[in-house]
Write a protein that binds this ligand. Structure first.
Ligand code: ZN
Length: 433
């Protein structure tokens, strides 16, 4: 096997990490959009494909603006019109849509106490937007974007025993049954009159024929649709032993299917119900490389913690001190971390404080009372707010520290969040901080 030059490998890892970070950012923006609610049907979701002309979009928006006169509620009408104006203003900065197009979300968001606030958010999706759409609703239309998140990887599912086989597709956590087939394999019980050798031979032939048919139908299920094939990353086969192993080792699958085989595992049902059982039993297999990376990083951290003088730190204050000292080798951040770093300043003198606060749905930091300046008694105002993952990542970048965003789908990831506040670090050397 040809060796990959070290540089290329490092570069490839960088690209993959960038991808992971971008995906995380995208996921986070979807979560935030999902929380936002309008009071009437006045939140606009606008999807612009990459090949759409901006002047076409603005013309359509002006048309929508005109049609607003049909809206009965004066408040809704005003809100929709201001949202459209706001989108038009933002579109002025675009000569053409970005590479994958753009999704624009705009409207008067409920912020509690009968108050609303006009917000407009532009999302550049990881995959191209296919169709132009303009919708007005009480919440943002996010399905198109969510599908992109889900559909990144699909897995083929196959369950079989000697009587039947069933196929399905796994997208994210969604199982889509394809269909099944029955075998002609006679039961193990031999009927009277037939020689046992002959019976065994006939049974062997019938099994071989059934396996061949399952192999062919697997190609049809997983290889015939090019759109599926692009995202087809793995196959999981389930059923009782030794049938499932005989099948996967018997060269019945097309090589394009065979090479995607992640493994064969137990499933007692071999019909549609078997698909769900298979996915349940295959959790470990499915998490794949990404999870094992995470597990490896987390076990390094746990191994350090067990030492007398650990090169490890956890909790925001300790990790931050180590980051500032340039002592962190790998920064471990839970994907579920929802905190912001706030910079609060005096409007009059140079007094400033920086603190971390929990992000909660519907809560806006700039509405909080921050009290008065201890130096000059002027009111304190929020100068800057930053997501803590972004802030710590930027801090880590200044000292060449690796950053791992850990999902909570593994036990280790769950522990990071519940026992260590979602922030931990493997250090370059023990610091005692
Ligand atoms: Zn002051």
């Amino acid at each position: 096997m040809a060796e990959i030059p070290v540089q290329d490998y490092a570069k490839q890892q960088e690209i993959e990490k960038d991808e992971a970070r971008k995906r995380y950012e995208f996921k986070k923006s979807l979560e935030r959009l999902e929380e936002k609610q309008g009071s009437g049907t006045e939140l606009i979701s606008l999807y612009i494909p990459p090949d759409k002309q901006i002047y076409d979009v603005t013309a359509q928006l002006r048309d929508e603006y005109g049609q607003c006169s049909n809206i009965k509620s004066k408040q809704t009408r005003t809100n929709v019109q201001s949202a459209i104006s706001s989108i038009l203003a933002r579109l002025k900065y675009y000569k053409a849509p970005p590479e994958n197009g753009m999704a624009v979300f705009c409207g008067a968001i409920n912020i509690g106490g009968d108050k609303t606030d006009l917000e407009s958010i532009i999302v550049e999706p990881p995959e191209p937007i296919k169709t132009y759409s303009y919708r007005c609703s009480s919440s943002f239309e996010l399905e198109t974007l969510k599908d992109m998140l889900d559909d990144r990887v699909v897995h083929g599912l196959l369950v079989l025993d000697l009587q039947e086989a069933y196929w399905g597709i796994l997208t994210g956590t969604r199982i889509e049954p394809i269909g099944g087939t029955q075998s002609m394999v006679p039961n193990k019980q031999r009927k009277g009159g037939q020689s046992s050798i002959r019976f065994a031979r006939n049974r062997e032939i019938a099994i071989n024929a059934f396996f061949s048919k399952v192999g062919e139908q697997s190609s049809e299920a997983f290889l015939s649709d090019p759109k599926f094939f692009d995202r087809f990353k793995g196959l999981i086969v389930g059923g009782p032993m030794p049938t499932r192993e005989d099948f996967v080792k018997g060269n019945y699958l097309h090589h394009e299917v065979q090479k995607r085989l992640l493994g064969s595992i137990d499933a007692s049902y071999t019909n549609e119900c078997g698909l769900r059982e298979l996915v349940f039993n295959a959790q470990e297999l499915l998490r794949g490389e990404e999870i094992s990376d995470e597990k490896r990083e987390m076990s390094r951290f746990f191994a350090e913690l067990r030492k007398e003088n650990p090169a490890a730190a956890y909790g925001e204050a300790s990790v931050r001190a180590n980051l500032e000292a340039g002592a962190v080798d790998t920064l471990l951040l839970s994907e579920k971390l929802r905190e912001a770093r706030l910079t609060i300043s005096c409007g009059n003198c140079d007094y400033q404080e920086i603190k971390t606060m929990q992000i909660e749905p519907g809560k806006r930091f700039r509405d909080l009372p921050f009290g008065r300046c201890p130096k000059c008694q002027s009111p304190l105002v929020l100068e800057k707010e930053e997501d803590i993952i972004d802030e710590l990542t930027a801090l880590a970048d200044t000292s060449n520290t690796r950053v791992e965003i850990i999902s909570d789908s593994s036990e280790e990831g769950g522990t990071l969040l519940s026992a260590f506040g979602g922030i931990a670090a493997v250090l370059r050397y023990p610091t005692g901080m």
